[in-house]
Design a protein around this ligand. Structure first.
Ligand SMILES: Nc1ncnc2c1ncn2[C@@H]1O[C@H](COP(=O)(O)OP(=O)(O)OP(=O)(O)O)[C@@H](O)[C@H]1O
Length: 677
């Protein structure tokens, strides 16, 4: 049980406060600006009013008529309760008087009942209109913000995406919920004000005065101050309980991707045993959401006090019944009680909604923050290739004292350390070196996926940062093991190498032939039109209960089939995309970074041959560990170690260096094929 207790302790030099909530460790700032009392909260809320205004204006533009309807319906809901109460009050009062005097005022009763029916009918109609308008507005709203986020996301460069604060993966799905929070707060505000006015008016007219109104507010007020919400503070929650983490990790081993390992290593019983042990160790430690655990931690005394406060008015009625019985009519008691319970509920709703409103405001700020995101990599203005450079078919590259560390890297070592070399236009360069020596980092700088930390990359004599990014990207074709297949058809997967010709079937088939994908793709039932990864858009219900042979279960069976292709086949499609890219006519630099690592020897040989044939003066940079059959074509070999360029030259030059790194790597590969005596 000890693990469940709430403990606050100072950490990080006393500026942070750590709280243990079940399996969670929650960190908050000690003098958290976000939780500094009312004044500060309202000040903060006021500061983001312009964002709310913009948000409301943007949503309004998506459907002025529909939104007006929704807002009016909310306003109506704000006064609906008071109108209903008022007419109910009138009906009851007339009935009471009639009963007392034995003379029913039929006309007055009918009028009051009709008026109340009218309000109920209008409310139902308003509600109906709102349920019709809301899904349309919700859809438009989600689409609008999804489109904005998608476009910002797609335009973000790698360093921006890796910046933890960039929030790039935000989803617009909850946007409508956050928008309606604003309307709900407005509705609840109007409702509370109108209810208070109404209660005040009945209380005064029945000679009870403001004391009664204050008693009505007792419970909501205590509830408001006793309320605990983790959302009121900026916080970081981390699951730190080792048994919980182990339980989650072991559970993850149940995923299909681990199945082959688990079967072949026969470790099912081990995992189950460990799982059980972790579960036992965890005992009753709470694993739910930290905010829920936090919320539930109110004291018994306060809970009882809040509930008792709800009964203060009952005391008032009882006291008056004894000492001032003439003060009440049955109708006034019924109405006061009814209005009071509605008021308490509305007030509690309002308190919860104000808490939610803060989250909603935060969400809006995040949405607009993402749409205003500024890329780390700045665009240049120089055209590439410029008028003076268009004659050269390949890109010339100079690296001058380039050092590079990945943004946010936790390593002390640089990925590249003071690297300088020159590549002439049209040269074929092979980049070699052990794992982690900096080869991939280097080619990423050539494609300007990142900027150097210091030093310069010159392209045709100019700093790469001065060129227009779209020109540099258009001039580069890269084939790396990091490239993926897209959840689109094979034709599009290849065609996107040159988006302008992405529907040219002949070009696509030719590129697939050169990349080595044509053979296996054309054997598929739907050939190049086969779409990858469609399974996630389908689902079945109750089909598993049916006999396996029914047409519906057979159809469902077909749905669950996915296109599974091998690692080598995937690389062939990615390579075909690169060949398609050549058809754009703008490519001047080809980068192949281990893009053939999964290919069979024949496939790799074919790929390199086809790439060399497609070269036509383009500069080519190959990164590979299996460089034996490439180095004889290389104009330049660059050998990296620990982020530094340690050797460069031709194969012959490098082989002559005594104890050289390149000759060592080369000999190791050669020896692997030598016959053992
Ligand atoms: N995205 C990244 N963020 C932080 N560090 C990275 C990142 N990618 C690579 N590194 C680090 O940069 C260094 C150089 O890595 P790089 O991928 O360039 O080596 P490599 O020579 O291509 O290795 P390999 O032969 O294994 O592909 C390594 O220490 C690596 O851990």
């Amino acid at each position: 049980m000890e693990k469940n207790t709430f403990k606050a302790a100072a950490v990080a030099g006393g500026s942070l406060e750590e709280t243990k909530l079940g399996v969670w460790r929650v960190l908050t700032e000690k003098d958290d600006q976000t939780s500094l009392g009312f004044a500060m909260r309202w000040k903060k809320m006021a500061a983001i009013l312009p964002t709310i205004q913009k948000f409301v204006a943007d949503v309004y533009m998506l459907g002025p008529g529909l939104l007006t309807l929704i807002v009016l319906s909310k306003l109506w809901s704000g006064v609906e309760h008071v109108l209903l109460l008022h007419f109910a009050n009138r009906v009851l009062s007339i009935i009471e008087v009639s009963l007392r005097e034995g003379q029913p005022d039929t006309a007055a009763i009918v009028n009051a009942v009709i008026a109340r029916f009218l309000v109920v009918a209008i409310s139902a109609a308003v509600e109906w209109w709102r349920t019709q308008a809301t899904p349309i507005m919700q859809n438009r709203c989600i689409h609008h913000y999804e489109d904005l986020l998608f476009s910002s996301n797609l335009q973000a460069d790698l360093p921006t995406i890796h910046d933890n604060n960039a929030d790039i993966s935000l989803s617009a799905e909850p946007i409508w919920y956050h928008f309606t929070n604003i309307l709900d707060v407005a509705q609840t505000g109007i409702e509370t004000a109108s209810l208070l006015t109404y209660i005040f008016q009945i209380a005064i007219s029945s000679r009870h005065g403001p004391v009664f109104v204050l008693l009505c507010l007792g419970k909501p007020f205590i509830g408001f101050f006793a309320r605990r919400s983790l959302w009121d503070k900026a916080h970081v929650a981390q699951a730190t309980d080792p048994q919980y983490l182990r339980l989650r990790a072991l559970k993850e081993l149940g995923e299909t991707k681990y199945r082959q390992d688990i079967i072949s290593m026969n470790i099912t019983n081990y995992i189950l045993g460990e799982y059980e042990r972790a579960r036992e160790e965890l005992g009753d430690t709470e694993m739910g959401a930290p905010w829920k655990i936090y919320e539930n931690q109110h004291s018994l005394g306060l809970t009882v006090l809040t509930e008792l406060a709800g009964d203060l008015t009952m005391l008032y009625y009882a006291g008056n019944a004894v000492f001032n019985p003439e003060k009440f009519t049955l109708t006034s008691i019924a109405m006061l009680q009814h209005s009071e319970s509605i008021l308490q509920r509305t007030f509690s709703d309002g308190v919860r909604q104000i808490g939610e409103l803060r989250r909603s405001m935060g969400f809006m700020q995040r949405i607009y923050g993402v749409t205003n995101i500024v890329n780390v990599i700045k665009d240049g203005s120089l055209e590439y290739p410029g008028m003076d450079q268009s004659q050269t078919a390949g890109m010339s590259i100079d690296l001058r004292n380039v050092s590079f560390s990945y943004p946010g890297s936790t390593s002390n070592a640089k990925a590249l350390d003071d690297v300088s070399f020159s590549i002439k236009s049209g040269q074929l360069v092979v980049l070699v070196g052990a794992n982690g020596s900096g080869k991939s980092s280097l080619v990423k700088l050539l494609a300007r996926l990142y900027d150097t930390s210091s030093g310069k990359v010159l392209v045709n004599g100019h700093d790469i940062r001065n060129y227009r990014i779209k020109d540099i990207r258009g001039a580069t074709a890269s084939l790396t093991q990091d490239h993926h297949l897209y959840p689109l058809s094979f034709a599009e997967n290849i065609g996107l190498g040159n988006p302008n010709q992405s529907s040219d079937v002949d070009m696509i088939v030719d590129a697939a032939r050169k990349g080595g994908a044509n053979n296996f793709v054309s054997k598929l039932k739907e050939g190049f039109s086969t779409v990858l990864d469609q399974k996630k858009h389908q689902y079945t219900t109750h089909v598993k209960d049916l006999d396996k042979k029914t047409p519906l279960s057979q159809e469902a069976d077909k749905l669950s089939k996915t296109i599974d292709i091998s690692g080598g086949e995937k690389q062939r499609v990615v390579a075909s995309r690169t060949f398609m890219r050549f058809t754009s006519g703008t490519v001047k630099l080809v980068i192949a970074d281990e893009g053939s690592s999964a290919l069979d020897p024949e496939g790799e040989w074919e790929l390199f041959k086809n790439l060399r044939e497609a070269r036509q003066g383009k500069t080519m940079v190959f990164v590979t560990h299996r460089f034996g059959h490439l180095t004889k074509y290389a104009d330049l070999i660059l050998c990296m170690k620990g982020g530094r360029l340690i050797e460069s030259g031709s194969h012959e030059d490098l082989m002559k260096i005594p104890d050289g790194e390149y000759s060592k790597l080369y000999d190791m590969q050669a020896k692997a094929f030598a016959t053992v005596d």
